[in-house]
Ligand binder design. Structure first.
Ligand SMILES: Cc1ncc(COP(=O)(O)O)c(C=O)c1O
Length: 391
């Protein structure tokens, strides 16, 4: 009898161990991981620094609750604030929870301005999580299906459409914030115009709204900068993180600028596990390793290399619409649904994902080498070419 709820259609493979960019299944077969557990194991599997840190922490202290001081939490909070220019952090256990904190913060901020029913602008095609608030914020009918009544207070506009937001600013006096991914991940690796966030920042300033960036997928060096917003010369008011922050140890974070640092006060929000000694020690080890290895530089360079290799290898192939990327967040956009490529890649020893129906999504480790990038692009070119000829 199956004991696990069938919320996932799992692939027929079981991994036993990992090492760097590779995973090994129970038959000993080796796979190149171009997905990283969906943008999580950015430093690769079984990273020595992370493994040592969590082993050491586990033998000392795992959990005390947030009723007491947690030095690892303070250290990681300080470090993330230094890297982002933000001022304070609430630690959670996942991306959805980090966004819940951001949504609650925006509502309290709105109330402080006298807005009784605060609204948050969210985007079509966005993904913010699976809790009721975050799936209501998410711009996907598939994610929302069956869960009505959804949470109210979200106003949806098309992604990368500044005029739509300007129009909303004129018509809706209840808006208090914008929640936006700097690059849409689940939506199909959609990279907006280069000055998109700059324009959103200006609209937020004019209207006294908060600019809240969801960096759960794009953050932690993935795009070649610590955070995706840093490709533009702006500061957000709120930023959420999760995924790669723990390299596989569950952790989420909601960061706030100084001006809204005190909106979430004692009694307004909390989490039993959030930011416990173990997860924040893992986070510290991740940040240290990313700094020491200049990981964001590697992500930028290897992202460019992989993009170029794929573009050359797929050039002239009818059925490939385009390749979109920033750093090591890449999407190969085909002209047809291509979910079956995941299984074909698996058979060829490569782990990929297909999102938005027709986008092959690559989120490889940020430690990627030229040899691994070559292996990845060669396998992809072979299977995509064969797929387009036969589908
Ligand atoms: C941009 C973004 N926000 C939020 C989430 C939700 O994170 P989690 O699955 O950790 O709750 C995801 C997960 O894919 C994401 O990509």
């Amino acid at each position: 009898m199956e004991s696990i709820m069938s919320t996932y259609a799992r692939l027929p493979v079981t991994f036993e161990r990992g090492e760097g960019a590779y995973l090994y299944d129970t038959d000993g077969k080796k796979y190149l991981d171009a997905l990283c557990g969906i943008a999580v194991t950015s430093l690769g599997h079984a990273h020595v620094g992370v493994a040592e840190a969590i082993t050491d922490q586990a033998s000392k202290l795992l959990h005390t609750s947030n009723l007491y001081n947690i030095p690892n939490q303070s250290k990681l909070g300080k470090k993330l604030c230094e890297l982002s220019g933000l001022h304070s952090v609430f630690f959670a256990n996942s991306g959805a929870e980090a966004n819940e904190a951001a949504i609650k913060l925006a509502r309290l901020y709105g109330k402080s301005l006298g807005v009784e029913t605060p609204n948050i602008i969210v985007m079509e095609g966005s993904f913010h999580g699976r809790t009721l608030a975050t799936l209501s914020a998410t711009g996907s009918r598939k994610v929302q299906a069956g869960f009505s009544p959804l949470l109210s207070g979200f106003v949806r506009v098309p992604y990368n459409d500044v005029a739509a937001i300007e129009a909303t600013a004129k018509n809706n006096k209840d808006v208090v914030a914008i929640l936006v991914e700097p690059i849409q991940g689940e939506g199909g690796i959609i990279v907006p115009d280069e000055d998109y966030l700059t324009k959103l920042r200006a609209i937020c300033d004019e209207n006294n709204w908060l600019l809240m960036v969801d960096e759960i997928q794009s953050g932690m060096s993935r795009t070649g900068k610590w955070f995706g917003f840093q490709h533009e010369d702006i500061q957000p008011d709120v930023m959420t993180l999760a995924k790669a922050l723990g390299n596989g140890v569950p952790i989420g974070a909601c960061l706030a600028a100084e001006s809204v640092s005190d909106v979430l006060k004692a009694g307004t929000h909390g989490s039993t596990f959030g930011g416990n000694p173990l997860s924040t020690r893992a986070g510290l080890a991740v940040v240290e390793a990313m700094e020491a290895g200049d990981i964001k530089q590697n992500a930028a360079q290897m992202g460019h290399y992989l993009h170029t290799q794929l573009e050359e290898g797929l050039a002239g192939l009818s059925g490939v619409n385009m390749i979109r990327s920033k750093g090591l967040m890449l999407g190969i956009v085909l002209d047809r649904d291509c979910g079956s490529l995941v299984m074909q890649a698996l058979e060829a020893g490569l782990l990929i994902n297909v999102t938005a129906g027709n986008v092959v999504r690559l989120l490889p480790p940020l430690t990627l080498t030229h040899e691994q990038a070559d292996e990845m692009s060669q396998t992809l070119i072979t299977i995509i070419t064969a797929f387009l000829k036969t589908s």
